[in-house]
Design a protein around this ligand. Structure first.
Ligand code: NDP
Length: 228
């Protein structure tokens, strides 16, 4: 019986940790990346025989490539999940530009760098899929301006991933972007709408069902379509 192999970035907490837990519960093989590998006995993923740690900062492209070189098995699903909200000062009228650049490096450039590094593994899958956790806050359809560095970095990653979808379609690799909901994590805060388990289940369902027919699209966590 063939099993699914998934790589998720940022599995040490938040939505990424919950996706790793749920993927393991499905019997999948999980590669999970974190900046620092923490043996958290409460996480129920460390020490699981089908969980494999990868240690890299997603902005360190050399480290990402070397992690990719350490794996030989095919990867069916890559989920670019790691992300940051960006600097304290991020208004168009008062911008921490270094912080803006960092948000861009983590939220926009890193998903592409990780996708490139693991493309050879994805190409060896019979059903390769790349999903990037973006945000509805990056949608160009509304003009809200708070947290503009974050919004811009997510708008940009949608464009980058839309382009990647176009370029990878002839190779049979499906690429999608998604909004995970407003989720009760360190980033989303305690007042957010849904818990990480609900969000993670929605994302994994989209990942399971993604085919070339749905490539290049922006999805909400519940599977509905979102405007860019
Ligand atoms: P958390 O803040 O809870 O977790 C963020 C994760 O990203 C952590 O694992 C963190 O690792 C990792 N990360 C951050 N920077 C780096 C880096 N440079 N290299 C490697 N890993 C890094 O956030 P969420 O779980 O809520 O968010 C997950 C994704 O969902 C993000 O892309 C976010 O933008 C998106 N999102 C979240 C929403 C929400 O309401 N929560 C809403 C819309 C989108 P570390 O512990 O090392 O910092």
């Amino acid at each position: 019986m063939t099993t699914t192999t998934i790589l998720i970035t940022g599995t040490n907490r938040g939505i990424g940790l919950e996706m790793a837990r749920q993927a393991l519960a499905k019997g999948w093989t999980v590669y999970g990346s974190a900046r620092e590998v923490v043996s958290d006995p409460d996480a129920h993923i460390c020490g699981h025989p089908k969980f494999h740690d990868l240690q890299f900062d997603v902005t360190d492209h050399a480290a990402v490539r070397s992690a990719a070189a350490s794996i030989s098995e095919p990867i069916d699903i890559l989920i670019n999940n790691a992300g940051i909200i960006g600097p304290q000062r991020q208004s168009t009228l008062d911008m921490d530009f270094d912080g803006f650049a960092k948000a861009f490096a983590v939220n926009t450039l890193a998903p592409l760098a990780v996708s490139q590094a693991f493309l050879p593994h994805l190409k060896r899958s019979s059903s390769p899929r790349i999903l990037t956790v973006s945000s509805w806050m990056g949608s160009l359809s509304h003009a809200k301006s708070d947290r503009i560095a974050y919004r811009a970095s997510k708008a940009a990653v949608n464009k980058v991933m839309q382009g990647l979808a176009t370029d990878l379609e002839p190779m049979g690799v499906a690429v999608a972007m998604l909004h995970p909901g407003w989720v009760r994590t360190d980033m989303g805060g305690a007042a957010a709408d849904i818990d990480p388990a609900t969000s993670a289940a929605g994302i994994l369902k989209i990942a399971e069902g993604l085919t070339l027919e749905g490539t290049g699209q922006f999805y909400n966590w519940d599977g509905s379509a979102l405007d860019f």
